[in-house]
Design a protein around this ligand. Structure first.
Ligand SMILES: *[C@@H]1O[C@H](CO)[C@@H](O)[C@H](O)[C@H]1NC(C)=O
Ligand SMILES: *[C@@H]1O[C@H](CO)[C@@H](O)[C@H](O)[C@H]1NC(C)=O
Ligand SMILES: *[C@@H]1O[C@H](CO)[C@@H](O)[C@H](O)[C@H]1NC(C)=O
Ligand SMILES: *[C@@H]1O[C@H](CO)[C@@H](O)[C@H](O)[C@H]1NC(C)=O
Ligand SMILES: *[C@@H]1O[C@H](CO)[C@@H](O)[C@H](O)[C@H]1NC(C)=O
Ligand SMILES: *[C@@H]1O[C@H](CO)[C@@H](O)[C@H](O)[C@H]1NC(C)=O
Ligand SMILES: *[C@@H]1O[C@H](CO)[C@@H](O)[C@H](O)[C@H]1NC(C)=O
Ligand SMILES: *[C@@H]1O[C@H](CO)[C@@H](O)[C@H](O)[C@H]1NC(C)=O
Ligand SMILES: *[C@@H]1O[C@H](CO)[C@@H](O)[C@H](O)[C@H]1NC(C)=O
Length: 406
């Protein structure tokens, strides 16, 4: 998903700032292309210097049991603001950075592109740990080929619900595929050519992962990943030569649990029960002193972004004047997949900031040829959707129009 913000009105020269991924606050390698395109560019290390995006162990604790609150706050928001103050000296405003900037320091930038924003960190980090907890508690870890086979079945069931069969679930809201319908069916595992059967455990594990974490009374604590989304990032598993498969933790959330919740980098997170998880989720929500927003990069449940937008829209019905969200069906986290991605989002933002032309559509194209052709489709601002007309070349943008529902 891509988000555009406009936060002030004038601009003289562009200053680009580059955010990070996981626990890394900045990206040096992304500076060069920005400079090459004629922009001034800045980035930050948030004071912790570590290049380890998956694990915060090297900086999270002052000593066992004591979180380094200063570095945590730097990571959360302060470093990006400080960087902006420094980076702006001798240059003018404009650029790209996270939602935290828009929310806490709205005058820092004239415009912000937030691609796949890791907003609601305290909510979705426990949710990212959920698949590992499910697999441990259900005592079953599907091999990745089984997860892929479940997704293939979900896509077969739900692909056409948006009016176009293209291997993409573009209308997840209409998809009521139940993995229990697969129990007993066979599938073949490409990696070793074996034929296997879906079990009850497969259905239970997948259903819980899609559902997302629940609180002790069964109400939803956060969202799950949507059907059709590759499981390998948040539900990694390892299959040994003898056929045994074991669950692996997702690095970033596991590090969050060990360092920031248990304050013990060696804590064995595999032993967390459902009941403990529920208590911990509440701890993460309430006890953390710092709300983390605005990392530029992470693995995000799209529903969390809708939820954020809906909250802003409820507070300000004119939300579209300064904040627009574009979902990209069939696209993974920050890219990947066969769906169309924006071709020049920075130019769309400049047109909005410099000339006041808000993006009604975002021109998008697949990153590789689909059936021999680069697929073009314009993205529509949420909550509207880009709908196939029902006729015409599905590789051409003209075959789609914005609509309110499929
Ligand atoms: C992080 O990476 C940058 C760029 O490659 C390098 O200059 C720096 O020394 C690295 N920092 C650490 C702590 O390894
Ligand atoms: C690609 O071609 C196949 C076979 O004709 C078709 O089923 C599929 O829908 C096509 N994909 C797209 C994106 O048009
Ligand atoms: C998540 O988003 C989908 C697609 O818009 C929607 O149908 C579904 O109800 C949402 N799930 C939750 C739990 O809000
Ligand atoms: C699968 O689970 C359902 C409901 O929990 C149960 O009724 C059924 O007997 C189970 N099937 C097998 C093969 O264990
Ligand atoms: C369930 O618990 C959550 C917090 O743990 C609370 O917000 C919610 O209202 C409860 N729901 C019901 C139906 O009791
Ligand atoms: C899911 O992602 C993994 C890791 O990138 C990849 O090996 C696998 O092929 C993907 N599955 C599908 C169905 O694309
Ligand atoms: C399979 O191999 C793994 C890794 O070597 C080992 O830990 C596990 O005990 C083995 N399982 C069985 C059933 O032999
Ligand atoms: C964690 O679980 C494993 C396997 O059930 C068990 O052997 C180990 O003692 C447990 N560790 C702790 C600290 O509870
Ligand atoms: C803004 O409008 C002017 C005048 O039409 C044009 O020259 C300029 O290229 C536009 N800027 C952008 C970023 O589109």
């Amino acid at each position: 998903m891509y988000m555009l913000f406009i936060v002030a009105d004038t601009i003289c020269a562009l200053n680009i700032s580059v955010g990070g991924g996981g626990y890394v606050a900045g990206s040096w390698s992304s500076l060069a292309p920005a400079v090459q395109s004629g922009y001034a560019a800045v980035s930050t290390d948030a004071g912790h210097r570590s290049n380890d995006s998956g694990d915060a162990t090297s900086w999270a604790l002052v000593s066992d049991g004591n979180v380094n609150q200063y570095l945590l706050l730097d990571f959360a928001s302060r470093s990006i603001h400080d960087m902006t103050i420094l980076g702006k000296a001798g240059c003018s405003t404009g650029g790209r950075q996270g939602m935290m900037e828009a929310q806490r320091y709205p005058d820092d930038y004239d415009g912000i592109v937030a691609a796949a924003p890791a907003i609601n960190w305290n909510d979705f980090t426990p949710a990212q740990q959920w698949p590992f907890t499910v697999m441990n508690n259900e005592d079953y870890a599907p091999p990745q080929c089984e997860f892929d086979a479940v997704n293939a079945a979900a896509i077969a069931a739900c692909d056409a619900l948006d009016g176009l069969e293209d291997g993409i679930i573009a209308a997840p809201g209409l998809c009521s595929f139940d993995p229990a319908s697969l129990i007993g069916n066979t599938y073949s595992c490409e990696s070793d050519g074996s034929q296997r059967r879906f079990s009850n455990k497969t259905a239970t594990v997948v259903k819980k992962i899609w559902q997302g974490p629940v609180t002790a009374n069964g109400s939803s604590a956060w969202y799950g990943i949507l059907p059709g989304t590759n499981f390998s990032s948040l539900a990694p598993t390892e299959t040994f030569g003898n056929g045994t498969t074991v669950p692996q933790p997702f690095e970033i959330s596991d590090s969050w649990y060990r360092n920031f919740l248990f304050k013990d980098p060696n804590y064995k997170t595999a032993n967390i029960s459902y009941a403990q998880f529920q208590a911990l989720t509440l701890t993460s929500l309430t006890r953390s002193t710092t709300r983390l927003w605005g990392l530029a990069d992470n693995l995000i449940m799209p529903n969390g972004t809708m939820h954020y937008y809906d909250q802003v829209a409820a507070l300000d019905p004119a939300v579209g004047d300064f904040y627009r969200v574009f979902f990209t069906p069939g696209v993974g986290h920050c890219g990947g997949g066969s769906g169309p991605v924006p071709v020049d989002i920075l130019m769309a933002l400049r047109r909005w900031v410099e000339n006041g032309t808000a993006p009604g559509l975002l021109e998008a194209a697949s990153t590789y040829p689909i059936n021999g052709t680069i697929r073009r489709q314009n993205l529509c601002p949420y909550p509207s959707i880009s709908k196939y007309a029902g006729y015409g070349d599905p590789a051409k943008a003209a075959s789609f129009a914005c609509d309110s529902s499929f």
